[in-house]
Design a protein around this ligand. Structure first.
Ligand SMILES: [Zn+2]
Length: 352
């Protein structure tokens, strides 16, 4: 009787713990992505070691390598360098589910959770409250975020020929689907166009704020300095999966593969039209209060259009905000409660 009971328990445990969960614990652990064996075709999963935690356990990030049967370039997909920006992870998961490896030339190296430390904490910033994406190239013997960024610079980025860095808006804000790209480079701007984004914003990947010392670059700027071509795509909102944006993003990845001669297929034209912006900036509140943004994402504004109203706690209007020039709404605040300096809208200035 005891033996039957033991057998039943083991059957139930097997059902509850399918082979996949055991398999994810038994994956090879790499210390650098240059250790990937290109002769192993198909979809293969790894962990990449990125330092160690307080208890001495390795910090591991997931790596999916999709290796085609013929040689070619490497497309890198990096999701969640800001730990609460998750739509890119869903795009990578759908790619793994749908791709036909027989049609792939070269390989895709996808990282669904680059900032593993912050993904677990549901937070944008790293554990020392730094923005990882303003800390490149990092420092080998620097602080927490500098060492982590250094490991990305040394262990991840050099294996990419092309890179799509996958982001979303931050908490308290909402974004269109837009791409940041250096439009002076033909390949980069074409990659950006193929994403089906609402907006393409010309930007070289240098920090949009803060100091401009060599240790405050974005990952995309670092990719560019390594001689590789990268774009950043902002896929909507943080800490959610948005089905429509994920499917647009997935199509963008397939379009990129076809354009780069890495995949047999056709480029699908997006049903969304794209607006080109030569620059952009945030408009901030001059004094604190309760903010109501009156404009929508992707809305074209004329100079002088009313954008927002701020009231005090008693419901009296403190200030109205008007568009300082013609432009388009790239992103906006969704959080009414703001102190002075709170964000109102991210205004793109059209390139025409
Ligand atoms: Zn981000």
């Amino acid at each position: 009787m005891k033996a039957i009971k033991t057998l039943l328990i083991s059957i139930i445990l097997t059902i509850l713990n399918p082979a996949e969960s055991a398999a994810q614990n038994d994956l090879p652990v790499l210390t650098n992505l240059n250790e990937i064996d290109n002769s192993i075709t198909g979809i293969n999963n790894y962990w990449l070691e990125m330092g160690s935690d307080t208890f001495g356990k390795p910090i591991l990030i997931p790596v999916v390598v999709i290796q085609g049967f013929t040689s070619g370039p490497t497309l890198g997909l990096t999701a969640a360098i800001h730990g609460n920006e998750l739509n890119g992870i869903a795009i990578i998961h759908e790619l793994v589910e749908t791709i036909d490896v027989k049609l792939l030339k070269g390989r895709i190296v996808a990282i669904p959770g680059l900032n593993a430390v912050s993904v677990e904490l549901d937070q944008r910033r790293f554990s020392d409250d730094e923005d990882l994406n303003r800390n490149f190239p990092g420092k080998e013997t620097g602080n927490r975020s500098e060492q982590y960024a250094y490991k990305i610079s040394e262990r991840v980025l050099p294996v990419f020929d092309f890179q799509i860095d996958m982001h979303t808006a931050s908490f308290g804000r909402t974004n269109t689907m837009y791409a940041r790209a250096d439009v002076s480079n033909d390949t980069i701007v074409t990659l950006a166009r193929l994403q089906g984004a609402d907006i393409i914003l010309n930007s070289k990947g240098t920090p949009s704020f803060g100091n401009t010392s060599t240790s405050s670059r974005t990952m995309r700027a670092e990719t560019g300095l390594k001689g590789n071509l990268g774009i950043t795509v902002e896929y909507g909102n943080p800490q959610v999966y948005q089905k429509d944006i994920v499917s647009r993003g997935l199509q963008g990845v397939y379009n990129s593969l076809v354009y780069l001669n890495m995949y047999t297929g056709t480029i699908e034209k997006s049903k969304y039209s794209t607006t080109y912006c030569k620059k952009s900036y945030w408009i901030y509140m001059e004094e604190g209060g309760f903010l109501e943004v009156l404009v929508e994402l992707n809305q074209l504004l004329k100079k002088g259009d009313k954008m927002a109203v701020v009231k005090n706690a008693f419901g009296q209007v403190l200030k109205e905000y008007f568009a300082p020039e013609d432009g388009i709404v790239i992103g906006k605040s969704t959080n009414p409660a703001n102190m002075s300096g709170g964000r109102i809208i991210h205004l793109g200035i059209l390139d025409n």
